[in-house]
Design a protein around this ligand. Structure first.
Ligand code: ADP
Ligand code: MG
Length: 262
């Protein structure tokens, strides 16, 4: 890595250089270059199968990547380089990165046998090993942030899908991440429940959180994103501020994609 790149990597929240990823013979990410600044809000859009989830998962090493480099807050993710040879050496950096990066998935994956409070606090207990009173204090605060202080003692099955997703967001927030990644957080929800989740995300965006959001909610992207990235076929095809990207797409593929959402 050149000295300039190192400086860039330190300043960026997330930096990808020439990232490639294959599943067997199927190349699903090609030549991804991307810098996400601290406090920046980025939305990723694109057709199904274009590699959006894989890209996001690579950013926390839930998927390994085969080519290029990913730095999260200056840490080379998942590998060390010795004498120009890259060696899988994941554990230390990956653990450090995951402590600072929260992730919210389409499926909320709450523990059914734990209350909302228990779900939010689980990682604080297990990963951070905090004492019970401290865990509960932080968890209640996180639930209040997503507007669910009054549901602390409810089990997931008693909560609506929108409330469950808000608990999942609170669970991510409880770890005090500096970066939040969302993978289609509203795609599994009934339409009438989408708004309450977007509302929470809007609020977080307003608080200066670094956010990367894979979404089909173009209204949300237009309103909240500093930058929208359009992916197709495992590549970044086009990117820019939503005002420009949505009103004046340069590539036919993006124009066509946007047409299907109008
Ligand atoms: P998107 O999120 O944009 O819909 P994905 O990142 O999920 O796209 O998938 C990109 C491509 O990689 C798709 O062709 C998908 O079938 C393939 N893929 C994703 N995960 C796996 C996996 N674990 N094994 C094999 N192929 C996968
Ligand atoms: Mg996906």
């Amino acid at each position: 890595m050149t000295e300039l790149m190192e400086i860039g990597a330190r300043n960026a929240a997330i930096q990808l250089r020439g990232v490639g990823k294959s599943f067997g013979a199927h190349k699903v990410l090609t030549g991804i270059d991307l810098d996400i600044g601290r406090g920046e809000r980025v939305c990723i859009i694109g057709p199904s199968g274009s590699g959006k989830s894989t890209l996001l998962r690579c950013m926390v090493f839930l998927e390994t990547y085969d080519e290029g480099e990913i730095h999260v807050e200056g840490r080379l993710l998942g590998y060390s380089v010795e004498g120009g040879v890259r060696k899988r050496d994941a554990d230390v950096q990956v653990a450090a990165v995951r402590r600072n990066v929260g992730m919210v998935f389409q499926q909320f994956n709450l523990w059914p046998h734990m209350t909302a409070l228990g779900n939010v606090g689980a990682a604080l207990r297990v990963v951070k090993g905090l004492p019970r009173a401290e865990v509960d204090r932080i968890s209640r605060e996180a639930l209040a942030t997503v507007g669910l202080a009054h549901k602390a003692d409810d089990y997931p099955q008693r909560l609506s899908g929108g409330q469950q997703q808000r608990v999942a967001i609170a669970r991510a927030l409880a770890m005090s991440p500096s970066i939040l990644l969302f993978d289609e957080p509203t795609s599994a929800l009934d339409p009438e429940l989408v708004g309450e989740v977007l509302e929470v995300m809007r609020k977080l965006a307003g608080q200066g959180m670094t956010m990367v959001v894979v979404t089909h909610e173009m209204g949300f992207a237009a309103e909240v994103a500093d930058r929208v990235i359009f992916m197709d076929g495992g590549r970044i095809i086009e990117q820019g501020p939503p005002s420009r990207l949505f009103s004046n797409p340069q590539s036919p593929r993006l124009a066509q994609f946007l047409d299907t959402w109008r």
